[in-house]
Ligand binder design. Structure first.
Ligand code: FES
Length: 105
């Protein structure tokens, strides 16, 4: 079970993840750059914005309305594959690929 983070400049960081943790928690705990997570996961900052790779996106549960709304306030404009990483749970046995935006604030 792991999460692979690619920075906007192409630097790849692969970290082991605990199933059930959020992608944001996994990033913060491992000091992955590119995720700020100012609000600590309470869905009020939008500084945990990530772009999810296509395969991973299809596997994820759809976003709630609040996440969708918050995604309009990200520092780098949202794309079709944008999600807030504090809302993404790592699933057992999964290798999720996400790309972090150039800036979160
Ligand atoms: Fe603040 Fe995700 S950590 S919205």
């Amino acid at each position: 079970t792991k999460v692979i983070f690619t920075s906007a400049s192409g630097e790849v960081t692969e970290v082991a993840a605990n199933p059930g943790d959020s992608v944001m928690e996994t990033a913060v705990r491992n000091g992955v750059p590119g995720i700020v997570a100012e609000c600590g996961g309470s869905l009020s900052c939008a500084t945990c914005h990530v772009f999810v790779d296509e395969a991973g996106l299809a596997e994820l549960p759809p976003m709630e309305e609040m996440e969708d709304e918050m995604l309009w306030g990200t520092a780098v404009d949202r794309q079709d594959n944008s999600r807030l990483s504090c809302q993404l749970r790592v699933r057992e046995g999964c290798a999720l690929h996400v790309t972090t935006p150039e800036t979160q604030i």
